[in-house]
Design a protein. Structure first.
Length: 289
C-alpha cells in the first residue's frame, strides 16, 4: 500500500482529530481496571552502573540517528531563545531565569519522539526523524498528551510561584534595567534571599516532575496502560531507587545547563542523548510486560 505525507493542513487536521479521539478516552481510562494494583508493572532496583549503561546506549542511538535527531531537535534552541527574549522585557525580566531553568520541566514531553526512535532501533529497525511522529498513532497518545499538559501546568505554576517570590522579597516594581536587576539580586541581602528561596522551591518542582515522569512517558509509549498506572509506576521506580534517581536528576540538570551554552545550541546534542538514554533507563527500571 502506497503511503503519502499529504499537505500540512490536512496532516494537522488529521492529527487534531486523532488527539481529540484519544483525549476523549483519557477520562474513561482514569478509573479503568488497568489502574488496579494487579495491573501495575513490576519495577526493578537499579544502580549508578545502570545509569552509565543507559547513557552509553543513548549515545549509541544518537550516533546512529545523528542527522535525524539533530534535525528533530533544532526547535529546542529556538524555544529557549524565545523564552529568553520574552523575559528580557522589563516587566518580565525577573522571570528570565525561572523560565529558562523551568524549561527543563518540559523535557520529558520533548523526548517522546526520541523514545519512539530508540524503541524502533531496539526492534532492529532503521528509524528516521519521521518515525518520531508515529506517537500520534499510539493507543496511548491521548494519555501522553494529557500528561504533557500536566507538566505544562506545573511549569506555569513554577513561573507564577517565582513571580510571587520576587514580589514578596524584592517588591512588585519591575527592575529599571537588566544591569540593575542583576546588581540587586547578586549584591544585596534580599537578592541572595531570593536566590536561596527560589532554588529551594525550584528544587521541589523539579523533584516532583522527576518522580512523576522518570519512566511514565516511555511506559505510555510502550504499553497501553493509562495515566494513573504510568505515574504510579514512575513514582514506584523513584521510591525503590532514591539514590540512582537523584543522581539521574543531577545528570539531567547538569546536561541541560551545559546544553544551554552557548545560546542553547548545545541542546541540539544534549537533549537527544538524554532522551534516548531515558528510554534505556525505562527498559532497565521496569520489568517488560
Amino acid at each position: 500500500m502506497t503511503q503519502t505525507i499529504g499537505n500540512p493542513l490536512s496532516w494537522g487536521v488529521d492529527a487534531a482529530r486523532a488527539a481529540g479521539h484519544h483525549l476523549g478516552a483519557v477520562t474513561d481510562r482514569m478509573t479503568s481496571e488497568d489502574a488496579s494494583v494487579d495491573h501495575m508493572p513490576e519495577v526493578r532496583r537499579i544502580g549508578v552502573a545502570d545509569l552509565r549503561e543507559a547513557l552509553r546506549l543513548g549515545l549509541d542511538d544518537f550516533a546512529a540517528c545523528r542527522s535525524d535527531v539533530v534535525f528533530l531537535c533544532l526547535l529546542y534552541p529556538v524555544i529557549g531563545l524565545a523564552l529568553a527574549w520574552l523575559a528580557l522585557d522589563r516587566d518580565l525580566l525577573p522571570l528570565l531565569f525561572p523560565a529558562i531553568s523551568g524549561f527543563a520541566l518540559l523535557g520529558p514531553v520533548a523526548g517522546v519522539g526520541l523514545y519512539e526512535m530508540s524503541r524502533r532501533r531496539e526492534q532492529g529497525l532503521d528509524p528516521s526523524w519521521a518515525d518520531a511522529f508515529a506517537v500520534l498513532a499510539s493507543p496511548s497518545f491521548g494519555a501522553i498528551l494529557a500528561l504533557g499538559l500536566l507538566l505544562f501546568t506545573i511549569f506555569l505554576a513554577w513561573l507564577i510561584t517565582a513571580a510571587g517570590l520576587h514580589n514578596v522579597i524584592l517588591g512588585p516594581e519591575p527592575p529599571a534595567s537588566a544591569a540593575a536587576f542583576l546588581r540587586e539580586v547578586l549584591t544585596t541581602g534580599p537578592g541572595w534571599a531570593l536566590i536561596v528561596v527560589g532554588c529551594a522551591v525550584g528544587f521541589f518542582f523539579a523533584a516532583l516532575v522527576l518522580m512523576i515522569s522518570v519512566v511514565s512517558f516511555p511506559l505510555l509509549l510502550d504499553r497501553d496502560v493509562g495515566i494513573p498506572v504510568a505515574i504510579a509506576t514512575s513514582m514506584r521506580v523513584a521510591a525503590a531507587n532514591p539514590g540512582p534517581i537523584a543522581v539521574w536528576g543531577l545528570i539531567v540538570a547538569a546536561g541541560l545547563a551545559l546544553g544551554s551554552l552557548p545560546l542553547f545550541l548545545g541542546l541540539i546534542v544534549v537533549l537527544p542523548i538524554l532522551g534516548h538514554a531515558t528510554w534505556h533507563l525505562y527498559r532497565v527500571a521496569v520489568v517488560p510486560g
